[in-house]
Design a binder for this molecule. Sequence first.
Ligand SMILES: [Zn+2]
Length: 324
Amino acid sequence: MKLLLGIDIGGTKIGIGLGDESGRLLGSSYKDNRDTDPAEVLPWIVSEANRLASSAGITVKDIAAFGISAPFPADAARGIMLRPPNNPKWRNVAILDYLKANLGIDGCFENDANCGALAEWFFGAGRGCSDFIYLTMSTGIGGGIIAAGKLVRGGKALSAGELGHICIQLDGRQCSCGMRGCYEAYCGGRALAARMAEELADQPDSMIMKLASEPGKPDMRTLEQAVRANDPYAVKLWEEMSLRNAQAIGAFINAFNPQKIVLGTLAWAVGDLYTEPILKELPRFCWEEPRKACEIVSSELKREISSYAGIAAALNFLKERSEI
Ligand SMILES: [Zn+2]
């Protein structure tokens, strides 16, 4: 059984996990990543990797490979984190080369949504599929595509799978990526929160503004509560979101004919209220045959997905080199 090391660089948290190819976790460690300096974090990763290995009765040299799961924008080919939006001190950090040199083992660098897809593929809802799509459905919408049994990375930019940034509305809502009308601008948690705050700014007595846990700052949880209480504004926004989700997911079904589409955070946190309206609208946006051949399910790994992200990337790295 090969041993693998996963390193998940999140915007607010860093996780390190030691596991094996079956998905068994042998140890893990976490660190807050708010306002950190990579000059301190990188040596910490190396010392924690050594500590986890020795707790498991091995040395780092016994680990077959490591995998780094990191947010974009990044130079994925060279393993450099360029400018992660939540970590202002992390600029042009050559994390892949640093860890190869300081751990003394080989490893890989993947964007976090691709790692989510790999984690669900090896250890979660995508097990056994040759073709499936994972959508993060969180503050933003990230995607990862497995087609014909391989992770799809694309060509020179290695940007395939950016499914949150397909344009679904000409001259539509402004997206944080700079384009207009992106899928994420209609269904991403951050975009919907901003939209509610903007549209209800002068309505402090509206249900959503009253339910908001922070004054003036409703979030997806607020929206869900208001929908369950039948607030007309919330129900209308939810219907629009569901229609837009169906529009994008229908396009993915026609483009890739996946066996499954696995939906992340919002889908498992909200449940049927989230997925059922999408299924209802889906026939408008894709052909019947691929639609019937595609199961739409929630993430199996749920909030544990980050523990498996880097380990799954490492496992895929070995798989692509035919070492497993
Ligand atoms: Zn966009």
